[in-house]
Each structure stands twice: as C-alpha cells, then as structure tokens.
Ligand binder design. Structure first.
Ligand code: ADP
Length: 544
C-alpha cells in the first residue's frame, strides 16, 4: 500500500525558490579579484538564475546537456549554478588550477557545450578552445566593461543575461535527473566524473544541516572558502540558501590576510575549508596579533586536520573546529567528528583524540571495513581495513562508465581510504590505500606520522612516503617543510617522533624541502613527491 503523502520531486530549484521566497533579502556577498565587494541577495540571485536559464535556452542548451564553469566563488557563479540546474542542464565545474591538458581531457570527456569562465582565465581559455571542439560559446563572469580582450568571440555574463526575462518554468523533471558534474582531482589517477542527481544534492543538503553535521542556521554568516569547483562545494551551495544563511563568496584570494579581513568585515560565524587555508589564516592572525570577533566554528576536511590547528583555534581564539570526511564521490560529506554523549562526558583533553578522527556517520549512510578479500573487519578501533560506504548520496558509477563497476556485491562503494572504526562509531582514516606504507607485511599510517611531525614547533608541513626496501618491502621516509626562519634537523624530528609512534614506524630518513608539493585542491601531492624521489635510496639498512 502506498502512503498518501505528496510525491514532490526533490529537485534543487526548490532550494533557491525557498531562499528567494522566505529569505529573499538575505545577502549574498562576493569579492572580486581586485578586492571590490559586491552585494546581492537570494531574491536577486534567483532572478539572475532564471535569466541564465533563458539565455541557455536561447543558446539551444537543453536538459541533460553539460555546460562548464571555470570560476572562483561568486554570486554570478551561483546564479549560473542554479540557472543550469533549474532547467535540468548539468553544470560541470572545472578547476582553473588544473593543468591545461587535464582541463582539456575533462571538458572533452564531459562534452561541455558552453564555458562560463573567470576573466583571469582568458589566456587559458584561448589555449583550451582548439582542444575542446564541443565548446560552442564562451562567457566571462564579469560586467561589460571588464570583458577581457580575446582573439575568440566572448561575451560578458552581465550582458549575456541582462535582457532575458526573470521568469522561467523550472523543474518538471524526475528528481533522479543529473544536476551537477564534478571530476575527482586526479591525485589518485585519471580524473573521473561524479554525476550528482537533484535528489542526491537535495538529500545531502538536508543531511548536512543536522546539528551534529554542519549545523547551519538562518542566523549564520557562511564564508564559503571551499571552491565551488571542489567536491560539489561541500554542498554549501545548497545548504546555506536552504536555511537562509548569509553567504560570503571570497573569489580568488585565499591568503590569510584576505580571508581574515573578509571574516571580520562581513561578520562571518562559520566557514569550511581544507587545512592549508586555515594554516595560512592562523599564521597571519598570530603574526599580526589579530582576534576573531564573530567566528564561532569551522569545518575542516579534505585531508587530515593537524592537532595544532584544532588546539590553536580552540585555546587562543575560542573557535570550535569540526573535522569532516568525504570525497567527491560522496557528495561529499560522509562523517563528521562531533562528540556523542559518551565522548562529551570526557575531559576536554580526552575528547581531542576523537576530534582528530574523521568522525561518525551521517544518517542515511552505511559504512563498513573490509580486507582485501572483501571480508568484513571488526570495529575495534585497531584493525585497519578498506573503507566502504553506501547511501543515496554516494556515487553508483562514474560518468561515461569510466572505471567500470565500482560497487561491491552488497552495493558498497570503495572509498580507496584505509580506516579504523572504534566502539563509539568514530571512523579514523589511516591512509589512502595507494599511499599506505607496507613494512614487513604491516601497514604504517603515513597520515599519523605526518600529523605528529606537523605538531613539531618548527614544522610547517610534512609528508611521509614509502620507499622500496629489499627486506621490509617498504620503509617510510619523512619530508619536512620548516616554518619561515625556523630550524630543525633530522635528529630533532626523530627525537620528537620517538615515543609518539611505534618504534618500527620511525622514518628511515628525514629530508628537508623548501616546499611540500600540493595538488590543485591544496592536498599533499604524493604522486609529485614520489616522482621527485626517483633514484633516491635509503641511507642505511634498518633492523626491527
Ligand atoms: P581526490 O581523491 O582526487 O583528492 P577528493 O577531493 O574527493 O578527491 O578527496 C577525497 C579524499 O580526501 C578522501 O578519500 C580522503 O582520502 C581524503 N580526505 C577527505 N577528508 C579527509 C579528512 N578529514 N581526513 C583525512 N583524509 C580526508
């Protein structure tokens, strides 16, 4: 027997409709590359989004077609996002920080018909166009006077939509229709397209709004530092308008000073970003003796959050850091590290051990650990296994069938992460399966050594990779980037690690580098590190 409730399709146009109707005056603030701040509102973004739909329809773009954006976080980008989604067009976000070849590969793979790009990428677009014949039209996220001079035809976003009507009949399609396309950043292989549906994005927004997740409210001012092209913008593009939070979109500038000024000027209460952004921000705030007057909490994810960041935010600035785990394929949020009742009853210092874990599962998802043969492993907080997840916000396949069948017999998706799960249900990532260091048949957690090394007062960033070893298969070595002006040598680092990690985890060598290579989303690029270490041999034979 069917229930007798209205079967309203969960399509994301309803989210911006709701924001415009009930939080219409709530501000959407954008900062340009030159620092200029412009103010819009959910009502105005909603009207512009409908103009975008009309402009797309006029260009012959139909539901199911892919159009690409290559821009920083801005109100125009948000209008394009909803203008495409509302009419059933698939918005494909391109990361302008990728190499030309990668962007061309991705845009060709997606079959993008139209490109809306930031004016700063005009030269890149010139190189891209001959390589991506499917792109019929280029629009730049700017007003008429700011349109860059190009050898190819292009139009300013504002001119493109200005004469279009602010009315368009959105929706009317199935909630399982494709909504957005985002490629994995490629740090772990060729980029693959994750194709979100309206339903998955809608549900993800509701899931992340729980008090034990991102907990956004109408009273929040949200600074979306996470780029809109990175992992579905962590869903904040949906969750902030869903609750009518004021949204601050920072544009291209991510240095500590720019982010700090925006936080203070706009009264930001909540923000989300990868650890490197917070590291830069904290460094600026500490060096310049600044305080946060409105910031209450930040979500950190994308890579493991060093303890030093959590402690500094908490102890010096009264800001709560919440670690989240997820991936492009999981919409992205999967787990969040907030205290459950048992953990909340513990003293603050004991709670820290849980804050450093990636956290507990959101309602609606399932997770399990398995060994290489797919056999389930215990949730004892000690046994590492491959982390598998399942649910309505998890990818079932990649765009174009890339990578083949990605689910196991029970319908779980292999995250490629290696993790433990403890008795309280906290998941803890110990490695990427590809980055795991296997020594004498046992796994050494590169992430744990990195986190501890980063706790050393002289260390700005650290990376551990495995080096082939005749006896132990692999041994770990540690690469350190020191803070400006700081000094430390290999013995200092070994002394720091001694007693904090198992003896057989001790890196066989410590190398100091000017800069740990980071990938396009700010994560340590182990592929680049391994390439840089070609020909490197371990300095001495180890015994265990
Ligand atoms: P890519 O794998 O291309 O970097 P994503 O940006 O989707 O693509 O990254 C997902 C991966 O990032 C996860 O599988 C996990 O390895 C890592 N990750 C995300 N959040 C965390 C976290 N809080 N702690 C440790 N690793 C994380």
């Amino acid at each position: 027997m069917d229930g007798l409730m209205q079967n309203v399709p969960l399509t994301v146009d309803r989210i911006i409709d709701h924001a415009a109707a009930w939080h219409g005056a709530r501000e959407v603030v954008s900062r340009d590359a030159d620092g200029h701040v412009s103010r819009s509102s959910y009502a105005a973004i909603h009207a512009d989004a409908r103009r975008v739909s009309n402009a797309l329809a006029a260009a012959g773009i139909a539901p199911g077609d892919r159009i690409a954006t290559m821009g920083w976080n801005s109100g125009r980008h948000l209008a394009a996002w909803y203008g495409a989604a509302g009419m059933g067009v698939v918005l494909h976000t391109l990361n302008p920080r990728l190499f030309l070849e990668q962007i061309a590969y991705i845009a060709n793979h997606a079959g993008d018909r139209l490109l809306i790009a930031d004016p700063s990428t005009a030269d890149l677009v010139a190189q891209l166009l001959p390589q991506v014949p499917s792109i019929e039209r280029v629009i730049f996220f700017c007003d008429g006077p700011s349109l860059p001079h190009t050898d190819y035809p292009a139009i300013a976003f504002d001119d493109w939509i200005t004469d279009e009507p602010a009315e368009f009949a959105w929706g009317g399609f199935d909630e399982n229709a494709a909504c957005g396309l985002c490629y994995t950043s490629g740090t772990t292989g060729n980029p693959k397209g994750v194709l979100y549906s309206h339903r998955s994005n809608y549900l993800h927004a509701l899931m992340t709004l729980q008090r034990d997740a991102l907990a956004l409210s109408a009273r929040d001012t949200v600074l979306l530092v996470v780029p809109m092209y990175h992992a579905n913008a962590w869903g904040v593009v949906y969750s902030a308008p869903a609750v009518g939070a004021k949204l601050v979109l920072p544009g291209q500038r991510m240095d500590g000073e720019s982010i700090y000024n925006l936080i203070e000027q706009e009264g930001v209460t909540y923000s989300a970003a990868v650890p490197t952004v917070w590291q830069m921000l904290l460094q600026y705030v500490q060096e310049n003796g600044k305080r946060f007057t409105t910031l209450e909490r930040v979500t950190i994810g994308g890579s493991a959050c060093p303890e030093s960041i959590i402690r500094t935010f908490r102890d010096e600035y009264g800001v709560d850091v919440i670690q989240g785990w997820g991936m492009t394929e999981t919409s992205p949020l999967g787990t969040v590290s907030v205290p459950n009742a048992v953990v909340a009853a513990q003293p603050a210092d004991e709670q820290m051990a849980y804050k450093l874990k990636q956290g507990r599962l959101l309602c609606g998802l399932e997770m399990k650990l398995v060994d290489d043969a797919g056999v389930r492993l215990p949730h004892d907080g000690r046994t590492p296994g491959r982390l598998m997840v399942k649910g309505p916000t998890i990818a079932s396949a990649y765009f174009g069938g890339e990578g083949g069948d990605v689910l196991d017999a029970e319908g779980f998706f292999d995250t490629g992460d290696v993790a433990t799960i403890d008795g309280e249900g906290y998941m803890h990532i110990t490695d990427r399966a590809k980055d795991v260091v296997k020594s004498g048949g046992e796994w050494i957690s590169s992430i744990e050594i990195e986190n501890i090394a980063m706790g050393h007062p002289a260390v700005a960033n650290a990376a551990v990779v495995g080096i082939a070893h005749p006896k132990w298969d692999e041994r770990p070595i540690l690469l350190c980037q020191l803070l400006p002006g700081a000094r430390a040598d290999g013995d200092d680092l070994r002394a720091w690690l001694d007693g904090r990690i198992a003896r057989w985890w001790m890196p066989d060598d410590v190398l100091f580098v000017d800069e740990i290579p980071l990938g396009p989303t700010g994560k340590i690029d182990k592929k680049a590190i391994r390439a840089g270490l070609t020909g490197y041999t371990l300095p001495f034979e180890v015994t265990r």
